[in-house]
Every structure is written in C-alpha cells, then in structure tokens.
Design a binder for this molecule. Structure first.
Ligand SMILES: [Zn+2]
Length: 270
C-alpha cells in the first residue's frame, strides 16, 4: 500500500495564477508550473485564519508544492514559499501589472501543456515588475516574449503583404495579419494602427534583446502610449476579448484608487 500512496503524490514548483473560493474554506488554485504547464488544484482550509498553507499559496507566489492526486481535483498537501514578491504586493500599481501578466498567462495557455520558456519568462517578469522604475518597459517586454512563447510572435521586420523589408519610416501594425505592413500596403487597410519609427525601433529592440539590456532603454510617454495601444489591440484581437486587469491598470492611472483598490484586493485574496 505504501508504494501506491507514494505514486499518488507529486512535487512541483508553481506560480499561483488565480484563486477562486471553493466550498466553505477552500480555494481552487490555478497554477503555472514548469513541467505540467497550467493546472488546477484544490487548497483545503486555506481561508481559515489559522491555515498554515494559506500564506504559501497567495496570488503570484512562487512556491514548492506537494500535491496528492484526487479523483476529480488534485489536492495541495504541503506548500512552501520560494519567492513571495513582496515589492509587488506592497504597491498597488505593481500589483495591477502583475495581475495583468498572470491573466495573460492564464488566457494564452491550455491546461496540461508544458511550456518551460513561458514559465521562466513569467517568473523573471515578477522580479522585473517588483523592481523596475518604468513598469511599462518590463510589461511590453513580457507581452512580446509571451506572444513568442505561445506562437504569436509579431512580425516586425518584413511587410506581411508584399514581403519587403520594413524601413524605419511610418509603418502599420495589423492585428489580423500578426505584424507589420509597409506604408504602401498598410495605409489602404482598415483596422491597422500607424506605428512611428521610434515605437518600431523600441518594439524591435524589446523583441530581439535580453531584458538585461532592454531595462536600460528610455522610452518617452507618447511612445509608451503608442506601444500600449498597439499591444493591447493585438492581444484583444487574439483573445477575442478584453482583459479585466486592463481596467484596473487604467483606473489606477486615473487615480480612481478608491474604486479599484477593493476590487483588486478582493481578487488577489488574502
Ligand atoms: Zn507591403
């Protein structure tokens, strides 16, 4: 009997992507793991004040979990924090950015599909979002590389219609085509966004270089706005829906903290 019970346990690292109340005192956790991809497990009793596991399965926590196979849902039996990402938790804007990153991972992945590069990218991004002064820079880097990891790497060098190389003049981003069109092909197209040479240079830089180099980039406000609009439109097009976390980021920027805070805190859970 002993060997059977051992086979029914497995250990994995995980980042907590999502938490939902389940039953009286439990939480249903959506995890992102290096070897199993996205998976859902039950954490029993974690909503009780005295729960020992509770602190180790908070949103964004990088934890080491021991999980028992269950008939319908697997169950967390032990949890130990590896990284708690306190800087993200202490700052509401950082929290909203991390929440957006987690929502992207959740929406762009299927359960049970391993994607180690995406796990590594997401883990790195949580450090960057706790650390960066200009939060939009790591977020754009994360979006671009996440899209690469899940098969939607935007084409930024060649026109997707006439295949000519894109020069550093005004070009057009087409969500439908998944990348750039040259000025000749793009200006006749509906649903394309004009891309300035500065925004294009930034996108290319972020797509092709390591974050260690990219974090030194200085991007001005208008270019950031342009890039955010472009990436959001592409992502909304791919997912065929808007993300909830985008509303939180926007509300915080408009300084509507009073309305955003309780909803965000409720989602993050404690
Ligand atoms: Zn063209």
């Amino acid at each position: 009997m002993r060997s059977t019970s051992r086979q029914r346990l497995y250990r994995t690292e995980a980042i907590i992507l999502r938490r939902q109340d389940f039953g009286e005192a439990d939480k249903l956790l959506t995890l992102y793991t290096p070897g199993l991809g996205k998976t859902r497990v039950l954490a029993k009793g974690v909503r009780k004040p005295k729960s020992r596991k509770g602190g180790h399965v908070e949103l964004f926590t990088h934890s080491n979990l021991l999980i028992a196979k269950g008939r319908s849902l697997d169950i967390v039996t032990q949890a130990e924090t590896i990284h708690s990402f306190l800087p993200i938790r202490r700052d509401l804007l950082r929290t909203s950015y991390a929440y957006y990153a987690a929502e992207l991972v959740d929406k762009f992945t299927e359960e049970g599909v391993e994607n180690r590069p995406l796990f590594d990218l997401f883990l790195d991004a949580l450090f960057w979002l706790g650390d960066a002064e200009d939060l939009d820079l790591p977020l754009r880097y994360f979006e671009l590389h996440l899209l690469g990891c899940v098969g939607y790497r935007p084409q930024l060098f060649q026109c997707l219609r006439c295949t000519r190389p894109i020069e550093s003049v005004t070009s057009f981003f087409s969500p439908e085509d998944g990348g750039l069109l040259c000025s000749g092909c793009g200006k006749r197209e509906r649903g394309c966004q004009e891309v300035s040479p500065q925004a294009l240079a930034t996108l290319r830089y972020l797509q092709t270089r390591d974050y260690a180099v990219c974090q030194r980039l200085k991007v001005d406000g208008p270019a950031h706005e342009e890039l955010e609009t472009l990436m959001r439109r592409y992502i909304i097009y791919l997912l065929e829906r808007k993300l909830k976390s985008v509303d939180f980021i926007d509300a915080l920027r408009r300084e509507e903290t009073a309305s955003a805070r309780p909803i965000l805190e409720e989602r993050i859970g404690s």
